[in-house]
Design a protein around this ligand. Structure first.
Ligand code: ZN
Length: 101
């Protein structure tokens, strides 16, 4: 039996992403400083957190320095694609997500 994975909601996907990305603690990827300041979220849905580095005074988000920084798909859909890319065809994934590729 093949288990069908679900498409996680954006708020759950972002919490999962942060728990993996910042497993040790939040740091600025450019200067590697852990001396950061949390500045809330970039959006009203509270999907992406915004931070400032106290070391070099630059702003960044949860996705800084990752492929997710240039995303044009919802994070939950990207998780779904990554989890299923070796199991399902591109056609199946696009139909499931209602996208044309
Ligand atoms: Zn810095």
């Amino acid at each position: 039996m093949i288990l069908e994975l679900f498409i996680p909601a954006e708020n759950k996907a972002s919490k999962i992403f942060r728990s993996i990305r910042w497993a040790d603690s939040v740091y600025y990827p450019e200067c590697k400083s852990f001396d950061i300041y949390k500045r809330g979220f970039t959006d009203e849905r509270k999907i992406t957190r915004r931070y400032s580095c106290n070391n070099c005074v630059k702003d960044f988000t949860d996705f800084a320095g990752t492929i997710f920084a240039i995303k044009n798909l919802p994070l939950g859909e990207m998780f779904y694609i990554l989890a299923n890319q070796n199991k399902k065809s591109t056609k199946h994934l696009s139909e499931k997500l209602c996208h044309k590729w």
